[in-house]
Design a protein around this ligand. Structure first.
Ligand SMILES: [Zn+2]
Ligand SMILES: [Zn+2]
Length: 160
């Protein structure tokens, strides 16, 4: 379903990414509500097989936050977690199945899926795990074979 970006409504929503803004998001049914504070540390697309398989989509649009800047506002008792590796704890709502976030405890970061945060201006800067891509994207952004060096990856760039 295509939806126009919602216009700003009141002081709890803003389309501008500023350091003290708070953005709110929810699962598909709305029972799980989250809030993120400040600015994401990174935004982009992950093409890895795990993200694709779990999200049932060809790519995952991520926004990375410090764990301390992400809060569950409601529905915490409905949040289920599954992890295949100690790097990624994937979280969703038990009531509707809607995906909300992936906790990366070894990095101290949480990926709140860009689609979950309607008021955050999504400004992707990088494609990661592009070697596994099934959806080539010639947008001119850097394409990394796996992860950046500062997240333990090779940092190697690959062609679009
Ligand atoms: Zn839900
Ligand atoms: Zn991934």
């Amino acid at each position: 379903m295509h939806r126009e970006q919602a216009p700003s409504r009141g002081r709890r929503e803003t389309a501008i990414n500023s350091s003290n803004a708070t953005h709110y998001g929810s699962c598909f049914c709305g029972a799980v509500r989250i809030a993120v504070r400040g600015e994401p540390l990174g935004m982009g697309y992950c093409h890895c097989q795990s993200c694709r398989s779990w999200s049932a989509s060809p790519v995952n649009a991520f926004t990375l936050w410090k764990s301390a800047d992400v809060a569950l506002e409601s529905g915490a008792e409905l949040v289920e977690t599954y992890h295949q590796t100690p790097r990624s704890f994937r979280k969703w709502c038990r009531k509707c199945g809607g995906h909300v976030m992936t906790d990366h405890p070894l990095w101290g970061l949480i990926d709140v899926f860009a689609a979950v945060l309607p008021t955050l201006a999504f400004q992707p800067a990088v494609h990661v795990n592009y070697a596994e891509s099934v959806l080539p994207n010639r947008d001119g952004l850097p394409k990394l074979h796996d992860f950046p060096k500062d997240l333990g990856g090779s940092g190697i760039s690959v062609p679009e």
